[in-house]
Design a protein around this ligand. Structure first.
Ligand SMILES: [Zn+2]
Length: 327
């Protein structure tokens, strides 16, 4: 604001002066060599651009210390790091999307959570879906959030006992554990291991929320013991999320510009508030309408620091890390 005023005001004054000069003495006024209005106009045009294509074009994280900027559905990530596509107890799916990036807290969480989940479920490991783009930011398709490097989708499907090929990671579909009516879990696909998987995620201290389909939350309310359910308050019903859980971490301590989400309400969430999700009109809603997308966000909708992240030089160290990982 103050920057644009300091640019615009002298120009307006100059234009007025020019008008007076023209009235009194018809001397041609030379045009300025560069038009100071241009920067403001350029800035305006830049800010009006859709942000998703700009962020998705960036194949490497920005230079600078890791820092989350903004809010989960309206932000970006400085100094992101990549989760290796293959680990002892995890494999990243849909590698072509280049969304296995996050704040170091998210990468550390996944490296710690994967073996814990494997132990709790008896699975060989976990299959990891989308995290964030190298510099975070809005995505051209698929999510409203996942913009700050603190969100990750983890599939309801055990990792197989072998390394999946790049092609398999593109084509294998996750397992939908919700029945067709949307009111219950599908007994043929749901197992107690799925409950243990969710519980293990929600029990981790850095986890702020775990989003699951309402039918899954309902099943957890049915089977989980009434004692020691502090983790249940973090498991929140949401649209979709019938073939994966969405794990969201709290703001990292190194990120003063990270905007926290309001804390989850206390209690296990198994009260009447859950009934709302099973109203006919909610069940009839098509998931994509509500899972939404961030593709229409403009640069001006994001914190100004995100433009700096977008324009920052790339971090070549991260390039080496990413390339050295097995595919
Ligand atoms: Zn998600």
């Amino acid at each position: 604001m103050s920057k644009s005023l300091t640019v615009v005001l002298p120009v307006l004054v100059a234009l007025n002066c020019a008008a007076v000069a023209k009235a009194t003495a018809p001397v041609p006024v030379p045009l300025p060599r560069s038009n100071p209005l241009r920067n403001t106009e350029q800035e305006k045009q830049e800010n009006a651009k859709p942000a998703a294509p700009l962020f998705s074009e960036e194949k490497l994280p920005s230079l600078g210390r890791a820092m989350v900027i903004g809010y989960y559905p309206r932000g970006c990530l400085q100094g992101g790091v990549a989760l290796p596509p293959t680990g002892p107890t995890w494999q990243v799916m849909r590698l072509s999307r280049d969304r296995n990036w996050g704040h170091p807290d998210l990468v550390r969480f996944l490296e710690r959570f994967a073996p814990l989940a494997a132990e709790a479920t008896g699975w060989k490991g976990i299959l990891i879906g989308d995290m964030a783009q190298p510099r975070g930011g809005p995505l051209p398709f698929g999510h409203k959030s996942h913009q700050t490097g603190l969100d990750v989708d983890v599939w309801f499907m055990p990792m197989p006992d072998r390394i999946l090929s790049k092609q398999e990671r593109e084509s294998i579909l996750s397992s939908n554990v919700v029945a067709a009516d949307g009111k219950h879990v599908d007994d043929k696909r749901w197992s107690p291991a799925d409950a243990a998987f969710i519980r293990t995620a929600a029990e981790q201290p850095e986890v702020e929320r775990v989003l699951v389909n309402a039918a899954i939350k309902k099943e957890l309310c049915r089977v989980e013991s009434k004692s020691d359910q502090s983790w249940m308050s973090k498991v929140r019903p949401w649209y979709g999320h019938d073939d994966h859980i969405h794990v969201r971490l709290r703001c990292p301590t190194d990120s003063p510009d990270c905007r926290a989400q309001p804390p989850v309400p206390g209690g296990d969430g198994c009260d009447k508030s859950l009934d709302h999700w099973f109203a006919d009109w909610i069940l009839r809603l098509k998931i994509p309408e509500f899972s939404g997308s961030s593709r229409n966000l403009k640069l001006k909708d994001l914190p100004p620091a995100c433009s700096a992240v977008l324009n920052a030089p790339a971090n070549p160290v991260s390039a080496t890390q990413q390339e050295s990982q097995p595919r």
